[in-house]
Design a protein around this ligand. Structure first.
Ligand code: HEC
Length: 461
């Protein structure tokens, strides 16, 4: 019941604003001869406005008992609201007792100013401070652009990784404007101070850290954070916070000053760069560098191995200038299977068994197997290459059945299949299987395979 009264506040507050503004309008209009009749309505309107202001004060007070709002701002809003209610009561008294003109004028103007200030403070509470001037910090809907982290090991763990995450997923309920569970997460001292159940984290002790415990609870649990209907943390994000608390919850140390296991290192890499804005032909998630010895071995065989971009660990591997590549040579790719993004084997006598190795290169984006000895049997292995965007099997004996095995590859943008065993109607069926893929069935032009190193440019937001 108490809850309902509080929740009526956002609805009720608009009444005194509207009604008192109307009273104000009537007040000036009724001074004109043709609107003199408004004087009776005016006092009544003013009375209604005063009563609704009074009700708003009560519901607002009940709402503030929740303790979810920034206490400083709430206090101001309450005081000014109460004052405004008194002012409108005063104005009503001045009108009813027919005081001197200047007193009535002053009462009207002062009351209007009170309404404006109260409304502004109230708006700041719900929409965030500075909302009027265009800011929206703390607003549920505001999307906060995450900062770029060019080198995760050199980043400051809290400022560059943890804080942006809390800002994105927790500040809407745990910062300056709202403090659910009496908890703020927007400054180190508040995080350490904790909420109504005590400290939010115990540095170095994950199992005693309320924050981590809540993140790990099943989503359906009432205590799970963030609440079920709100944007959730990804597994990697939970792992990040877990690691940060476990490693001592430092607010100033760099990532490379904190202890990390190999799997933590991998997890951290996913926060490097900007995942959503990477160049299209490079996998979105960053990788660790390939073992230099493996690259050396490939180079000795005459294979061209270069980074796909100046600041990327992903590799472009080109066998085209190598004499008669065998399936055995393909095993040289094994140690760099994480980093292999572009692979060109055009014209080499490799066969289906080579594709087993290639299928384990999960980050392959471009794969050129034109004029090789591959068949449907090998193509089937490739159905697990989920990052694949470009596939070239021109001049092979691959059939419609073989290619249809790849229909699960959601990212496939270009399929070059000229001079294969596909015929007539099958091209149409193929296009139906790959509705958003550009299929090249003739007038074939060799796609350029950039052997120049391109720089990953980060688009401006
Ligand atoms: C939609 C609002 C909302 C969001 C977003 C949210 N929380 Fe909460 N949080 C709450 C509420 C409500 C409570 C109080 C629950 C209770 O009283 O048990 C709470 C309580 C907590 C508490 C316990 C405080 C205490 O001492 O009782 C912690 C810790 C916490 N949240 C962490 C987080 C973290 C970390 C995030 C972001 C990943 C987050 N919350 C996001 C609403 C939210």
């Amino acid at each position: 019941m108490i809850g309902i009264i509080g929740h009526l506040h956002p609805l009720l507050v608009h009444l005194p604003i509207g009604i008192l503004v109307l009273a104000f309008l009537f007040y000036w209009l009724m001074r004109l001869k043709q609107y003199a009749f408004l004087s009776k309505v005016m006092t009544l309107t003013l009375l209604a406005g005063t009563i609704s202001a009074f009700l708003s004060c009560i519901t607002g007070y009940v709402l503030s008992l929740d303790g979810d709002y920034a206490s400083g701002l709430v206090g101001w809003h309450q005081n000014v609201a109460l004052l405004t209610t008194m002012l409108s009561l005063g104005w009503f008294y001045v009108m009813a007792t027919e005081q001197q003109t200047w007193v009535r004028h002053a009462a009207a103007i002062v009351c209007m100013l009170g309404i404006m200030i109260t409304g502004h403070l109230g708006g700041s509470l719900t929409h965030g401070e500075g909302y009027l001037l265009g800011g929206s910090i703390g607003d549920d809907d505001s999307v906060i652009a995450r900062k770029q982290v060019p080198d995760v090991q050199a980043a400051v763990a809290y400022k560059d990784l943890v804080q942006p995450l809390l800002q994105e997923k927790c500040y809407s309920c745990h910062a300056a404007n709202k403090q659910k569970g009496k908890l703020r997460l927007d400054l180190p001292e508040y995080i350490l101070k904790g909420g109504k159940n005590g400290e939010a984290i115990k540095p170095g002790n994950v199992s005693e850290s309320e924050m981590i415990k809540r993140l790990l609870l099943p989503k359906s649990d009432d205590d799970h954070m963030p609440p079920e209907q709100k944007p959730q943390l990804t597994e990697k994000e939970i792992a990040l916070l877990h690691w940060w608390v476990a490693s001592g919850a430092s607010f100033d140390k760099k990532v490379n000053e904190l202890s990390q296991t190999d799997s933590i290192k991998k997890m951290l890499l996913t926060f490097q760069g900007s995942s959503s804005t990477a160049t299209p032909d490079i996998p979105s998630v960053a990788v660790i560098p390939a073992p230099p010895a493996a690259i050396q071995a490939l180079k000795q065989r005459g294979v061209v191995v270069i980074p796909v971009a100046a600041n990327s660990n992903y590799l472009s591997v080109n066998f085209v200038s190598v004499d008669s590549v065998t399936d055995k040579d393909i095993s040289l790719l094994e140690p760099i299977k994480e980093q292999l993004a572009w692979l060109k084997l055009s014209g080499q006598p490799i066969s289906d068994s080579a594709l087993k190795t290639i299928a384990s290169c999960k980050n392959l984006v471009k794969l050129h197997l034109d004029h090789t000895n591959i068949t449907d049997v090998g193509v089937k292995y490739l159905s697990s290459l989920n990052e694949l965007k470009v596939f070239n099997c021109v001049g092979t004996v691959v059939t419609f059945n073989g290619l249809s095995e790849l229909k699960g590859l959601k990212k496939l943008q270009q399929l070059y299949a000229f001079q294969t065993k596909l015929s007539g109607q099958e091209w149409k069926s193929l296009q139906q299987l790959f509705p958003s893929t550009r299929i090249d069935s003739g007038n074939y032009v060799v796609p350029t395979f950039e052997s120049d190193t391109t720089l990953v440019t980060v688009p401006k937001r």
